[in-house]
Design a protein around this ligand. Sequence first.
Ligand SMILES: NC(=O)c1ccc[n+]([C@@H]2O[C@H](COP(=O)([O-])OP(=O)(O)OC[C@H]3O[C@@H](n4cnc5c(N)ncnc54)[C@H](OP(=O)(O)O)[C@@H]3O)[C@@H](O)[C@H]2O)c1
Length: 328
Amino acid sequence: MSSIKVALLGFGTVGSGVYELINHEQKRLRELIGRPVQIVAVLINDERKQRDIDQDILVTSNIDDVLAQEVDVVVEAIVGVEPAYTYLTKAIHQGCHVVTANKEMFAYKGFELRKQANEQRVEVYYEAAVAGAIPIISTLRDVFKVNRVARLEAILNGTTNYILTEMRENGTSLEAALKTAQAQGYAESDPTNDVEGYDALYKLVILSELLLGKQVNCTTVEREGIKEVNLESIKRASKRNHRIKHVAKLAFEGDKLQLYIRPLEVDEDHPLFAVEGVDNAVVVTGNYVGQLKFEGPGAGKFPTASVMVDDLVDIMQQDQRAVSPVVR
Ligand SMILES: NC(=O)c1ccc[n+]([C@@H]2O[C@H](COP(=O)([O-])OP(=O)(O)OC[C@H]3O[C@@H](n4cnc5c(N)ncnc54)[C@H](OP(=O)(O)O)[C@@H]3O)[C@@H](O)[C@H]2O)c1
């Protein structure tokens, strides 16, 4: 029985998590897909770094060598728009399915990538790019078919939610709370993307494109980070029994689309009021289902890696159904 050949692009926090999970869950994957899953190549940037990768697997910084391995699925977890977009374009044109966690690349190029994938009859899955382990992409894609989403409100960045929680609970300054977040491994050494709201913006753009069915330009989304939030404003909100949350929102006011990410004061009846610490949450209101709330870890090695492996399973199960339709 032939194996499903997988190439990993990136072997950092997420890529190494995917590697470990695929190796650890071989038996389960075989049960789910009916074929073994084999990692045939790993693409990295720095070939001198020591890595715990099986000797039979090609480790290289050359994408052409990776794609020469007759790859079925490319699982991408590198950082930034380029070279990730160029690499995935090549993979798609070679007939590979794609799974990605790269939110920045997907916010700018996801629409185009999905179009190319459609033309080439391959799949692009990107659940891990938005809100980590929360299954919001598959829910919006597969479940919200008849329902029209009238509004989406979300906390899409665990670092800023952690900082705002720390400031309110412990009276810590934003700078001190950020240092704690970095010490705990929740924030990057360069926290600009989180604190200034870019990370949440990328995720909101990806969700918006899925909901609106059209390309959304990142520069058209209003973005305000949490830098202007101080202890005074948090205390004033607390006195009213309100909390300040960094909210990403998509809503329609009549025909007008509202799309923004900004700190907002929410009252205790608001569904995002009780979302604390590094958790993410997405609240979707559909015209028939009403309000649904999803909450959980928005990042982390194994939550993110497991969602990517689930995407891989979904794609291969679909692929198999297309090749051998079920006879009833
Ligand atoms: N960390 C999370 O919890 C999380 C959650 C959801 C989504 N994501 C997304 O997942 C992606 C990966 O995140 P991460 O935390 O795993 O990052 P990371 O730990 O910094 O790892 C990045 C990996 O990409 C490789 N890489 C960077 N530039 C490259 C290039 N030009 N060519 C080939 N390889 C290159 C690096 O190679 P070297 O090892 O040689 O340096 C490294 O292995 C990002 O797009 C991130 O936004 C992360």
